[in-house]
Structures are given as C-alpha cells and as structure tokens.
Design a protein around this ligand. Structure first.
Ligand SMILES: [Zn+2]
Ligand SMILES: [Zn+2]
Length: 571
C-alpha cells in the first residue's frame, strides 16, 4: 500500500457509501477528510497514528481506517460495502460521467450489473428513457464505454517500461548465447503499448523454443502460437507477449521488419519499391549497411513509423536527435503555492542537485481555484521568495512563471500589468474541455496571439487511455505559434505527451521551437522529462529546436528579448 492507493480506497469507500445510501453525515466526513488529505503534502505512509489523527477533518474512525489500510490493505467498512456490491458495478463506477447515484438507478431500474449489460441497454435506447438520463447522457455513456473497450489491455509506455526490461533479462538468461532483441512497438517507444515482443536468433531452431516453458511468468496460449512465434499473456498483468524465433543469419533483417511499423515498411523509396521490399532483399550484414547501401541516411528505430522519415532520409535531412543530457533547465513546474507537493525551495534545490542550470516555476493561475490557483498577492509573495532564493542558489536561477488558464474566450487569467510581472507564461486550457474543433482552435489562437504567451501548454488536453482531448486544427495552431514566436510544449507527463510527436516535424519545419516540460507537481516529477525526450525523438526533435537546451544565460537573454518586444496595448 502507498499513499496514492490509500486515497484511492477512501474514494472508493465514499462512492460505495453513496451507492448504498449510507448516512449522509458519515459520507460528508469521509469526503472532507479525503479533501484535506489530497491538499496536504505529507505522505501517509510516513505518519504515525497520532499524526494522522491530527490532520484536519480526519479524526479517530477515519484514522483507524487508514491504519487498517496500511496494515491489511482494507478496512471493515470498505469490506462490508464491497461485500454487497456486484463486481460489475465497481467497473461501471469507473466510467466517467456516471456518479454513484446514476449507477444505483441503472442497477435498480434496469438490473444492470455489468458494463456489457449497460452497453446493451444504451444501444436499445432504454437508458435514455430513464428519468434524469436522456439521449445526451446515453450517448456519452456509449462513447465512454467504447473508449474504455478500445483501451483494454493497453498501457502507457512508462507503466510497462520496467516490466518489459525485467522480462528481457529473464529471456537473456534463458537464451544465453543467442541473439536477442526487443521488437514491436516497445522498440519504437510508442506512447501506448499493448504487446511486448522479442526476436530470438538461434544457431539451430530445433528444440530451442521448449525453453520458454520454463518461463513461469507467462501463460502461453498454444492455440495462438506457431513454429516461429510463441504467444501468451503475462500472468498477473494484462499484457500480450510474443516471442519470435529465427536463425542467426536472418536475425538482422527480421529484427528490422519486426520493429518497424507497417506504415514505414510500405513507404516507397523509389518507384514501386518500398523500404520493406529492400529489407526483404537481405543483402546486408548490419542496419547501417542497409541504409548506406540504399543511399539513405540512418533512420533511428524509434522514428521508423511511416510519417515521412524515409523521404527525409533520402534527402539527408534527419537532424541529430535530442538526448536527455542536452536539457539544461526545467520549465513548467508547480510548487505548494498551488497544487504541487513540494515547496518552491525544495523544487529549486532538487533541480539544482540534479545538475540543471535553471527552473521555471509556473503554478496555477487564479481561475484554477480547485488547484489552489494564485491570487495576485500570492504572486507578489512568490516573486519575493524567488528573488531571495536566486541570491542563495546563484548561478542557478529560478524564472518567474505562471501556468495561466486560457479562459473560454481565449483571454489569459490576469490583467496585463500582472502578466508583465512574469519572466514567462505557459498558457493552458484546464476547464470547459467539451468543445468542437472550431471553438477549441479559436480559443487557442486567441491565447497564442496574446503577446504574453511564451509557451503553449498541453495543446489538446488529452490524457492517454483516459480521455481523448478536444479536437484542434493542429496546422493553424502551429502556424500561429510560428507567427507569434510562441514555443509549444511537449508535456512530458506519460499521461499527456502532448504536443503529439506526430506534429513535431511540422512544428520544426515552421520554425516553432518545442520545450520538454515535465509539468512536475513534486520533485520526482522531473524524471518524466525522459518520456518527453523519447516522444520528441520519435518526431525527429533536435537539440537546436528544443527551448530548454538553452543555457541559463541564453534563456535569460531569450526571455528578456521576448518580453521587451511586447508593446503593451494600453500604451
Ligand atoms: Zn496544465
Ligand atoms: Zn501544469
């Protein structure tokens, strides 16, 4: 059990109490305890019984529940509620837009206790007819169920990275002396992974596959397996596993085929000759030889997606890709001034310890009241603290920023004189996400045209595997960023990875710089920049086109110059 899981269980308990219409005072007391725990920055796992009881809103019975969760991963009330709830209902409770009250009505009036039954009831129009539901709610439920089903068995790259690397080590031990490579989507570091695939090249294929039976982590599906590929599933994790076999002499070309996307293999190099055709000639001994023989620049594995990189390689236009070590500073981060977990000082000192030259702090603006957005007085206070820390930590530097909400009409969240007090501004949309492409694009364009916008934050608002994000006209957004000298962030949080890497090339071609921003809400959050670099590389991102590869002096100059170019409309 960890802090986050404890909060998750308390939340589930509240949902179930609402579902079963428990005493409303009790529900409210749990809710206020949860709110208080979510706001606090202390890890429940580090606190004693006494300390937990002293947290505002917690009290004796809830602190006992927390202790029980820490010790036995559950507590009496939760067990009791779970006992009388069908498991399918738990799944339905996770569907967005369906609170416990609505779930209860579906359960009581239509006898729905599984997502499958819910889908059927929606499709036959029964749900729309229930009082308080209607056509629109029914349609939203269908869309959310479809979204959920299409994401079954899929994982964020970051969530399976370690698992797959450990499995790789298992395989290496089993197949010592053989050639072995990770292939498939994971080899290309795609943002979502549904399958882990390996290729094993052996001297003799005879009997070698039998060794896989010793690999106890996998449940093999012999009906789906064949002589050149074994398929199965990881036993305690919903992840598809495939192990391909070939002879050692076929290893290189097979590896190239199995790690590229089908779109890449179909890209034409010359009239009627695709890159896949060339690989199938098998007339090379290394990947480097393959590319040079065909007069192509080497295409790194993660770029082999079929998004125009073959033409680039033909024209020798693939730049040197960005590396983790190229990053000199970290922009777009939160502190306890808004909804971050660590103080400004902690965030700054940790950033410095990691060897970075600067930190851009950008807490939430005032409209984001749910995230502790900053009123003007708090901004003044934060700026004073930054000035003091900058003296203390020099030559390390903290830049004064804000993540300004883009309001529904596209304007930013403070008057111009307040906006002018920042070194940089990340402009992002956080509310009223339900927009069509015209509205969303217009809202963003207005914000980009605002001279105070330095960086456009997470352009589509998507959360991978959770919500699709509002639709935007990427080309006009990027074109406008080029015109207004606005940087676009690649939000490096593994849930976001937004700007999508598929648009990185277009942005670079228009001269728009990208910034790898972790959007860190705690010190450990900086590590997410790694995932931003990975997807940036997929899009061909270079060091030159990445804002935060600038040194502290260079970025100081960049931000000052940009600010001095703003002609205040009031003057
Ligand atoms: Zn944000
Ligand atoms: Zn943020």
């Amino acid at each position: 059990m960890d802090h986050k899981t404890i909060l998750k269980n308390l939340k589930l308990c509240i949902q179930l109490m609402e579902l079963h219409e428990e005493n409303s005072f009790k529900i409210r007391s749990y809710q206020s305890a949860l709110n208080s725990l979510e706001r606090g920055d202390q890890d429940l796992m580090d606190l004693s019984e006494d300390e937990i009881q002293k947290i505002p809103g917690v009290g004796k019975s809830i602190s006992e529940a927390i202790l029980s969760l820490k010790e036995s991963e559950s507590f009496a009330l939760l067990d009791e509620l779970l006992e009388k709830t069908p498991t399918g209902i738990l799944e339905i409770l996770q569907i967005k837009g369906l609170g416990p009250k609505k779930v209860k009505i579906l359960w009581q009036e239509l006898g729905i206790t599984s997502t499958h039954e819910l889908m059927e009831a929606c499709q036959s129009g029964k749900v729309a007819k229930i009082k308080g539901f209607g056509e629109k709610t029914q349609q939203t439920i269908i869309e959310n169920l479809e979204f959920k089903a299409s994401n079954e068995g899929k994982w964020l790259y970051a969530d399976v990275e370690e698992i797959i690397e450990n499995l790789s080590n298992d395989l290496k031990a089993l197949y010592e002396g053989s050639e072995l490579a990770i292939v498939g989507d994971f080899a290309r570091k795609t943002e979502i992974i549904a399958e882990a695939e390996w290729l094993i090249g052996m001297e003799s294929l005879f009997g070698g596959k039998e060794k896989l039976k010793k690999w106890s982590a996998i449940q093999w599906d012999m009906a789906a397996s064949g002589p050149f590929a074994w398929r199965g599933k990881l036993k305690d994790f919903d992840l598809q596993i495939t192990v391909h076999f070939c002879s050692k002499k076929d290893f290189i070309w097979k590896k190239m085929i199995l790690s590229a996307s089908p779109l890449f293999l179909n890209e034409n190099v010359a009239d009627k000759t695709s890159i896949g055709d060339l690989i199938h000639k098998k007339d090379f001994n290394s990947e480097e030889e393959f590319f040079s023989k065909n007069e192509l620049q080497f295409i790194p594995v993660e770029m082999r997606e079929g998004y125009g990189e073959v033409m680039l390689a033909k024209d020798k236009k693939i730049g040197k890709l960005l590396k983790d070590s190229d990053l000199k500073g970290i922009l777009h981060n939160h502190s306890t001034y808004s909804d971050g977990k660590h103080s400004l000082k902690q965030m700054a000192e940790h950033c410095k310890e990691l060897g970075f030259e600067y930190l851009g702090i950008s807490d939430h603006s005032r409209t984001a009241f749910y995230a502790g957005g900053l009123e003007v007085e708090r901004i003044v206070k934060q700026h004073q603290e930054i000035d003091e820390l900058n003296k203390e930590l020099a030559p390390f530097k903290i830049f004064k920023g804000i993540e300004s909400d883009i309001l529904p009409d596209g304007s930013l969240d403070y008057p111009d004189d307040v906006l002018a007090s920042f070194d940089f501004i990340v402009s992002s949309i956080h509310s009223i996400l339900n927009m069509d492409i015209r509205k969303a694009t217009h809202r963003l364009l207005t914000a980009i045209e605002n001279p105070y916008t330095t960086i456009l934050g997470h352009p589509t608002g998507r959360l991978l595997l959770r919500r699709a994000g509002y639709p935007i006209d990427h080309k006009s957004i990027i074109d406008s960023c080029a015109k207004n000298n606005v940087v676009i962030e690649i939000n490096a949080n593994p849930w976001r990875l937004d700007l999508d890497w598929r648009w990185v090339r277009y942005a670079m071609d228009q001269g728009v710089k990208l910034s790898i921003n972790p959007d860190a809400h705690e010190m450990d959050g900086y590590a997410d920049m790694h995932y931003g670099v990975l997807v940036g590389r997929k899009g061909g991102l270079t060091k030159e086109m990445t804002l935060n590869t600038l040194s502290v002096d260079q970025i100081t100059e960049y931000l000052e110059k940009r600010k001095s170019s703003i002609i205040s409309p009031s003057k």
